[in-house]
Write a protein that binds this ligand. Structure first.
Ligand SMILES: *Cc1c(COP(=O)(O)O)cnc(C)c1O
Length: 384
């Protein structure tokens, strides 16, 4: 195994070595990281639900009622009443016939693509899609092509040329490292014109975008016929854990029969479903969380534009600052860390080469003062 050591040393020399911080407090702007109080701008807890008292209480109640482990997979004896209720609540919230829970978004994406596609089929994905969609594509026996980021011309050409039986076009709704929205209306039109099914991974839109908070599809005013396959996660804006796929009766029944990452894994603990039901209730009952988040995004963007920081074209909670090479991104992150602000550098292969960045994420739980502190720290960054 000496090779491994050599490879690790090379990895470290290339500034690509990754390590973990140790947290010892709940999610929130002020957390204890590696024993030190830090102000954070890197969580996906966009609505501040991960440590909301009502959600914590629901989880405790769920554990008292149902215990901790689910005991088995959904198809054996692990499908509890709160799982069923959560699937129905998700479907009702989204205005879709049905929803199906998966243990993680990663598993949902792999499950959908491998269940729906075979060797006579084709899959087209945006090059900047999340790793789980890409990995799902690599696991299918379908013909798998990645198109250049939001390049609809090239996608159109490839769809026109494709002679495969069934086609899926899969895209992130909000690109996870850029915060930018996918052009869903144009993608839906292209997919319809070529008889392809559009699949949207809305991990960063669900709970946040649209007047009701149902996500990117609501933001663009699209329906279930235009986007027949919707995947969303429950560990980001919803603040808990897990994921779902929502769509037609036939889609969900097919996934129950065929999605291996649904069939061959232990069901989520039922207490998590109880907690998620409460979080989903809060998403609907407290739109002020989304308004608060929008206000923080606006405050950050206007401050950053005044300072001529190189912002990306993002209306979402994800507001990256591109550093370029990994060394510079690490230096920025270190400088902020010295001021008590945690924003780890995001490096290849998570983002393309020469696009290392600080992926700043904002939350409804940030105050105006928190954003002001971040802007002040950014204004003192030594850029090179
Ligand atoms: C986080 C994320 C996933 C994976 O979801 P998990 O529940 O964390 O496994 C999938 N797609 C996108 C775009 C994500 O950001």
């Amino acid at each position: 195994m000496r090779q491994l050591n050599t490879e690790l040393i090379q990895h470290r020399t290339a500034n690509l070595y990754r390590t973990r911080h140790i947290l010892s407090s709940p999610q929130g702007p002020d957390i204890i990281v590696d024993g030190r109080q830090m102000l954070t701008f890197c969580s996906n807890d966009y609505l501040g639900l991960a440590a909301a008292p009502q959600v914590i209480e629901a989880m405790q109640h769920g554990a008292n009622e149902y215990g901790v482990g689910s005991g088995s997979s959904h198809l054996i004896s692990g499908h509890y009443a709160p799982h069923q209720e959560l699937e129905q609540a998700l479907a009702a919230f989204l205005g879709r016939p049905r929803a199906l829970l998966f243990s993680t978004g990663y598993m949902a994406n792999i499950g959908v693509l491998t269940a729906l596609l075979g060797s006579n089929d084709a899959l087209f994905e945006d090059r900047l899609n999340h790793a789980s969609l890409i990995d799902g594509g690599m696991l299918t026996t379908a013909r798998f092509q990645r198109y250049p980021h939001v390049n609809l011309e090239i996608l159109k050409r490839r769809l026109t040329r494709s002679a495969m039986e069934r086609c899926i076009v899969a895209t992130d709704g909000v690109f996870s490292m850029d915060g930018e929205l996918a052009p869903l209306p144009e993608l839906a039109e292209l997919a319809a014109a070529h008889n392809a099914w559009l699949m949207v991974d809305d991990a960063h839109g669900f709970g946040v975008l649209g007047a009701k908070g149902t996500g990117t599809i609501e933001h663009f005013g699209l329906n279930v016929d235009q986007v027949p396959i919707l995947m969303g996660t429950l560990g980001k804006a919803i603040g808990v854990f897990g994921a779902f796929v929502a769509g037609s009766e036939d889609l969900i029944e097919t996934l129950i029969q065929k999605a291996r990452s649904f069939i061959y894994t232990t069901a989520l603990p039922p207490a998590l479903a109880v907690a998620t039901l409460e979080a989903l209730r809060l998403v609907q009952a407290e739109p002020e969380r989304r308004e608060q988040l929008q206000a923080r995004i606006a405050q950050f963007r206007s401050g950053a534009l005044n300072m001529n920081l190189p912002l990306m074209d993002s209306i979402t909670a994800i507001q990256p600052l591109i550093a370029g090479d990994t060394e510079r991104a690490i230096s920025w992150s270190k400088q902020l860390e010295n001021k008590g602000i945690l924003i780890p550098a995001i490096r290849p292969p998570t983002v393309p080469v020469n696009q290392a960045r600080l992926r700043i994420t904002l939350s409804a739980s940030h105050t105006e003062e928190h954003i002001a502190r971040l802007l002040e720290a950014l204004s003192q960054l030594k850029i090179s």
